[in-house]
Write a protein that binds this ligand. Structure first.
Ligand code: NAD
Length: 279
């Protein structure tokens, strides 16, 4: 089984999650896809959730199976209560239980306030916020039922919420998205506080600008990318693997004492870069 990063420098994630079982929502594209593959590389069995795009989901499954772990694709809309419950129930039948829930699925429906329809507002809240609530709830029920299995992990389960720098940075023209991610921050902290006594760790990973289909307009031309780089002190757009590696670390026992934290993976985007030369 190959490790992921810099084997020539002696670091590898190959066995970090050996024997654990993970579900990643929205795992046939972008960050979710990279995360599902990275979890498999780290030794976890993986459920690849998707809502549209079965072919791409099956390709991700094949890549994960190459690591010698189990994987299958599951179609479900994360904003649908019954579909989420059925997805986790199916996973418990197939894999025996769940150890890691990565609530990653998300979308944007952008518009200035006066033009934003209720449907645009509601869709984003339903998928980005309610979807994370439903996925966290179904995973937590199974974590509580099963409890800690010390040979597998020091915790009874991990919930990782995919947030965004817009958990804290206001974003004009995207009030639905920014509100959903602000909500994810408080959802995560409240669940972390509520579930920690049962040895369940709830945390968030908050990406900055990552090269995926969700924000293609922001990086697909040299002009757009130059504009974007002004907001990133580290002066590079992130790759899905930057986030996937953070999720693997967050899910592993290396970070067992990290509870209720948001890990910003953003090249410094949350450092108020405008103040580097002004203020
Ligand atoms: P993406 O569009 O490549 O992937 C989003 C995935 O979510 C897709 O697989 C999509 O089909 C899925 N999805 C959408 N609605 C769904 C539903 N109802 N049920 C199940 N799956 C659904 O975008 P991405 O950049 O990989 O985004 C992944 C997450 O990362 C999102 O939560 C997004 O808000 C967050 N994020 C991305 C960036 C970035 O720069 N790319 C920055 C901050 C946060």
């Amino acid at each position: 089984m190959a490790g992921s990063v810099d084997e020539n420098r002696g670091t590898t994630t190959a066995q970090l999650l050996k024997g654990q079982r993970a579900l990643v929502t929205g795992a046939n594209s972008g960050i979710g896809k990279a995360t599902a593959i990275a979890l498999g590389r780290a030794g976890a069995d993986v459920v690849v959730n998707y809502v549209v795009g079965a072919d791409e989901a099956e390709k991700v499954v094949a890549q994960i199976k190459d690591f010698g772990v189990r994987a299958y694709a599951h179609e479900a809309d994360v904003s649908d209560e019954d579909q989420v419950a059925a997805m986790v129930a199916q996973m418990v039948r197939e894999f025996g239980t769940i150890d890691i829930m990565v609530a990653n699925a998300g979308l944007q429906r952008d518009a200035p306030l006066a033009e934003m329809t209720l449907a645009q507002w509601q869709k984003v809240i339903d998928v980005n916020l309610t979807g994370q609530f439903l996925c966290a709830r179904e995973a937590a029920k199974e974590f509580v039922r099963r409890g800690v299995v010390p040979e597998v992990s020091r915790s009874a389960g991990k919930i990782i919420c995919m947030s965004s720098v817009h958990q804290i940075i206001p974003w004009a023209g995207h009030v639905n998205y920014a509100s959903s991610k602000g909500g994810v921050g408080m959802l995560m902290q409240t669940l972390a506080q509520e579930l920690a006594p049962q040895r369940i760790r709830v945390n968030a990973v908050a990406p900055g600008a990552i090269r995926t289909p969700i924000n293609r307009d922001a990086w697909s031309t040299p002009e757009a990318e130059a504009d974007l780089l002004r907001l990133i002190p580290y002066r590079r757009v992130g790759d899905p693997d930057d986030i996937a590696n953070a999720v693997v670390a967050m899910a592993s026992d290396l970070l067992d004492y990290v509870v209720g934290a948001t890990l910003f993976v953003d090249g410094g985007m949350t450092l108020f870069p405008g103040f580097a030369t002004g203020g």
